[in-house]
Design a binder for this molecule. Structure first.
Ligand SMILES: *[C@@H]1O[C@H](CO)[C@@H](O)[C@H](O)[C@H]1NC(C)=O
Ligand SMILES: *[C@@H]1O[C@H](CO)[C@@H](O)[C@H](O)[C@H]1NC(C)=O
Length: 326
């Protein structure tokens, strides 16, 4: 009887030991998790984050430097449909690291327009939303001229020395007809086009028009030398060309799918010096042309500024295949 009692007691002690060791490793795991979970940089993001996957909510974050050092995985490209990787910036004043998403959506809006869809529905992207008619907003333009083009130029000028690798330039509307008629696909949704965008194509080609439908714009929208005095953007194109590019090699035909929504790579933007973009901006701010005319001229300049042939009208099916992940 005594022997059985002893064996029983020994087994009990053994089991208790196993249990304690298990608990210790559980506690250690929890401890490590606690120390690797970054502090969210605002409570809204943090709260919203719960209920999402870890990958999802850890993206924008601010971590005290002495709690967490950058690991090699911070610098590696993110998995998933977008190849561009995040960058780490160190804010020396607050001794914190900020993960900067390496792709940005640039949008111009008027103050009454709602662009929250950019922030809420495309969380994988940074955003720069400029208000054209309210100089008290942090991001604004010197004068509300030339429609969206002043915003696109202002973004490049403001960020020339620290551009992310992919930059998408969009109008302010999320979707719908007629206001977003020139955005691709059934719903004309900028959210869809950005989600489907192949950023590796943008990296390879330098520029991607987000509209593949060639009408209007292609195949020959701007013909500077035909005698059509009622079509001001076309008539004035040579003068602006000379101002922009300091030569008189004006093409006979300029064309691309309309309406100025496109993506570019940092490398492509940097192929022209900052002073070029400042020259375009100066022209836009000083011209006496109406916004319709100056905006239209800019619409047919972008693809040339970003290194494409004056007639940039790829086959529509090929364009959809190149630009979108479908
Ligand atoms: C424009 O081109 C001429 C030569 O064709 C050159 O002398 C001049 O410096 C150029 N101006 C600018 C602003 O690049
Ligand atoms: C615009 O008009 C003003 C006054 O009418 C004139 O002084 C100025 O030179 C014009 N600017 C350009 C670029 O033509």
């Amino acid at each position: 009887m005594r022997v059985i009692w002893r064996i029983g007691a020994s087994a009990g002690v053994l089991l208790a030991l196993v249990w304690i060791v298990n608990q210790l490793s559980f506690i250690r795991t929890k401890w490590q998790e606690y120390h690797t979970i970054p502090l969210a940089y605002d409570t809204a993001t943090w709260k919203k984050g719960f209920g999402r996957s870890f990958e999802d909510w850890r993206r924008p974050r601010l971590v005290p430097l002495d709690q967490r050092r950058p690991s090699i995985s911070d610098l590696a490209p993110q998995r998933g449909q977008h190849r561009a990787s995040d960058q780490i910036a160190i804010d020396t004043a607050s001794r914190t690291q900020i993960i900067v998403r390496d792709r940005v959506i640039v949008v111009g809006k008027r103050k009454h327009e709602d662009t929250n869809w950019v922030i809420e529905e495309l969380p994988d992207w940074s955003h720069a939303i400029y208000t054209v008619d309210d100089a008290s907003q942090p991001l604004h333009v010197p004068k509300n001229k030339g429609k969206e083009s002043s915003v696109y130029l202002q973004y490049i000028i403001d960020h020339y020395s620290h551009l992310p690798s992919t930059i998408v330039f969009l109008h302010s509307h999320r979707d719908g007809y007629p206001e977003a008629w020139h955005t691709e696909f059934d719903e004309h949704s900028n959210v869809n086009t950005v989600k489907l965008l192949k950023t590796d194509f943008v990296q390879r080609n330098g520029y991607a028009n987000l509209r593949c439908n060639p009408d209007p714009g292609c195949p020959n929208e701007i013909q500077p030398f035909r005698a059509s005095e009622d079509k001001l953007p076309e008539v004035l194109f040579p003068v602006v060309w000379e101002t922009f590019f300091n030569n008189t090699d004006v093409p006979e035909v300029v064309a691309t799918a309309c309406c100025a929504q496109f993506a570019v790579s940092r490398e492509q933007v940097l192929k022209r010096p900052l002073s070029s973009y400042q020259r375009y901006q100066r022209w836009l701010m000083e011209t006496n042309l109406s916004d319709d005319v100056s905006g239209r001229i800019m619409e047919y300049m972008w693809h040339i500024i970003f290194g494409q042939d004056p007639v940039y009208c790829p086959d529509m099916i090929q364009c959809l295949e190149d630009v979108y992940d479908m």
